[in-house]
Design a binder for this molecule. Structure first.
Ligand SMILES: [Fe+2]
Length: 197
């Protein structure tokens, strides 16, 4: 394992990290095809709003034994009835877990197994939420303010975005008169896997 010096990063109240080593910005065009209402998505694409930003704390070695950590700031907004959300991913090393900690706003952590069983956890500032190994995960801003959280995960976890981009996510979070509602995604089609899990 590569030896590195200890380090600290300041996280502002709004979730931004001024000394982050990298910032990823995801606009709607980067999430094209992930929202259920394609007409609403096409209309909004004319403005291509900012959906979320990820502040990667430090360029640490992506090796077993290290931890990576980042903050995510999801803007408040919707595509049709569906709230702004992250792309969602499984870990490339699927047996790697992750911990989220809510810093501000209100949201949901959606989780799904490779077979399509899903769970949703409410998150506000102060919520610690655990993503177990093998569960795909996506975060959704269900509030009126930016939804902000810290994530820490094994440095060798990696990303598999392709499975969710291809199959969809098993559940959607949509606005209703009674507030955010979790519904099964009628377009979700899990691809059979040879992996025994
Ligand atoms: Fe993750």
């Amino acid at each position: 394992m590569t030896y590195v010096e200890p380090l600290a990063r300041q996280v502002r109240q709004d979730g931004t990290m001024p000394s982050a080593d990298a910032v990823q910005e995801r606009r709607l065009r980067d999430l094209a095809g992930l929202f259920a209402d394609r007409d609403a998505e096409a209309r909004l694409l004319a403005h291509d709003p900012l959906v979320y930003r990820v502040f990667e704390a430090a360029a640490l070695p992506k090796e077993d034994g290290h931890l990576l950590f980042s903050t995510t700031v999801i803007e408040s907004g919707r595509v049709g009835d569906e709230y702004f959300m992250t792309k969602g991913h499984f870990h490339a090393r699927a047996d790697r877990a992750e911990l989220y900690y809510g810093l501000g706003g209100r949201g949901m952590l959606l989780l799904q197994t490779p077979e399509g069983r899903y769970e949703a956890l409410d998150m506000v500032a102060g919520t610690a939420a655990y993503v177990p190994p093998y569960w795909g995960h996506r975060t959704v801003n269900t509030g009126e303010e930016p939804f902000v959280f810290l994530a820490a995960y094994p440095a060798d976890a990696g990303y598999d975005y392709g499975t969710i981009a291809r199959d969809g996510f098993a559940a959607l979070v949509v606005a209703s008169p009674d507030g955010p509602r979790l519904i099964a995604n009628p377009a979700y089609r899990p691809t059979p896997s040879d992996d025994a899990r």
